[in-house]
Write a protein that binds this ligand. Structure first.
Ligand SMILES: Cc1cc2nc3c(=O)[nH]c(=O)nc-3n(C[C@H](O)[C@H](O)[C@H](O)COP(=O)(O)OP(=O)(O)OC[C@H]3O[C@@H](n4cnc5c(N)ncnc54)[C@H](O)[C@@H]3O)c2cc1C
Length: 379
């Protein structure tokens, strides 16, 4: 049985998230972008309302809302600023490996910590030598008695300057590639953990992104999340769970492009009429609407599959790749609808265009999504 009707609870959740976006995110988004400042106070307020960490089960203090509801929230918040929303969703990215593979005591400690206070966490696969080839990562771990020692450098880590802990993927031997990769929970205050350079980004500047160094970091044995080989599978399964959220963010960004473009095109005039009367402007606006609605359906299907035990990494990749690529084109078109006014910071669409680009890069580039899709189809 198919239904596209949100439940009353889902309607209420989306309305709450939309109100939060109007009242708390939109008014400060442009300034945070200019200052490259992550507004922790906005995160705290969203946490109070239960708009972050939504997938954490009730027994660990979360709302247990599931993947679809989490994505519905993401779409609404992303309408205001995908930079701020990226930091909120990076918590989900960091908590998902614990939800998927954590022991009972790891879940109680680390999921519980995040639901007791408005804390942030980070997920660390990418390294200076590359992010697409996760199996090629170089950060090393060695065993020391029952514990582990980690050495290496991770880069592009969202929330790094604010994180209470890091999910770190490291290898016992890089020549083993995916078979050597394990996953650890590393407390941010462990000796040897040092947050480095803060990235000065093109877009999504309101999200914190930095390098993290791990120099002889002693990790207790109880913080091993997944052993050699299992760590790589866990990284891939985590992306399967979180890629629909990128589709949701892309949808929020496209809806904003569409709303801003329609409003502008109705009042801007050329050749004696509103520009929305020109067929070529209409075509751009119609394409925005098609892309937005198609991505919405894709991310909702991918997230519904996750909630209902239907295994479909390929649909998660469809939602991520199609959403990211369509959001990029949609934001370019939004700037075009605004003409010269689209090219300056006095109007909101130049930020949307800068923010859209990274959707095609993080959590697996658009090329990597196509690899996943083609490999799945060829099997
Ligand atoms: C703002 C931001 C936030 C981020 N947050 C995080 C985070 O929290 N945690 C984290 O671990 N990482 C994070 N990343 C890193 C991100 O996941 C990587 O940038 C991404 O995976 C790509 O890796 P790379 O930059 O090393 O590019 P590379 O892997 O060097 O790729 C460069 C180009 O080559 C293409 N390419 C590579 N291999 C192939 C192939 N086999 N076939 C076809 N094309 C290929 C890529 O698509 C890309 O176009 C973030 C990045 C950014 C920009």
């Amino acid at each position: 049985m198919l239904s596209f009707q949100p439940s009353e609870e889902q309607e209420a959740l989306m309305e709450m998230a939309a109100r939060f976006t109007r009242e708390r995110i939109i008014p400060i988004a442009a300034q945070c972008d200019q200052e490259a400042r992550f507004p922790k106070e906005v995160f705290d307020a969203a946490w109070e309302l239960g708009l972050v960490n939504a997938t954490v089960e009730e027994k660990y203090g979360g709302a247990g809302l599931g993947e679809l509801n989490n994505a519905l929230i993401a779409e609404q918040l992303a309408y205001g600023c995908t930079g701020i929303q990226t930091s909120m969703l990076s918590n989900t990215l960091a908590l998902t490996p614990i939800i998927l593979a954590g022991s009972e005591s790891q879940k109680k400690k680390y999921l519980g910590m995040m639901t007791e206070a408005p804390l942030l966490a980070s997920y660390c696969t990418t390294e200076p030598s590359g992010g697409s080839d996760v199996a090629g990562l170089q950060t090393r771990f060695t065993k020391k008695g029952n514990d582990y020692v980690i050495n290496g450098e991770k880069c592009w880590i969202t929330n790094a300057s604010f994180a209470s802990f890091f999910i770190v993927f490291a290898t016992c031997d890089p020549t083993l590639r995916h078979k050597g990769i394990a996953a650890f929970i590393v407390d941010a205050d462990s000796p040897g953990v040092k947050v480095g350079k803060h990235e000065d980004k093109l877009g999504q500047r309101a999200s914190d992104t930095a390098t993290v160094h791990f120099d002889d970091v002693l990790v207790p044995g109880e913080n091993l999340l997944a052993g050699p080989g299992e760590g790589f599978k866990l990284a891939m399964e985590t992306f399967n769970q979180t890629r629909p959220d990128i589709g949701a963010m892309a949808t929020g960004l496209m809806q904003r492009c569409l709303d801003e473009s329609v409003a502008y095109a109705k009042q801007r005039r050329s050749f004696g009429q509103a520009i929305i009367e020109h067929q070529m402007v209409q075509a751009m606006i119609a394409d925005m609407a098609i892309g937005c609605e198609a991505t919405r359906l894709l991310y909702q299907k991918a997230a519904w599959n996750l909630d209902n035990g239907v295994r479909s990494p390929i649909v998660s990749s469809y939602a991520k790749a199609f959403g990211a690529d369509t959001a990029m084109q949609t934001s370019i078109d939004a700037v075009q609808v605004f003409g010269g006014n689209g090219y300056v910071k006095d109007y909101p669409v130049e930020k949307l265009m800068r923010d859209a680009k990274v959707l095609q890069i993080y959590e697996g580039t658009s090329q990597i999504q196509r690899l996943v899709i083609a490999r799945t189809l060829s099997r």
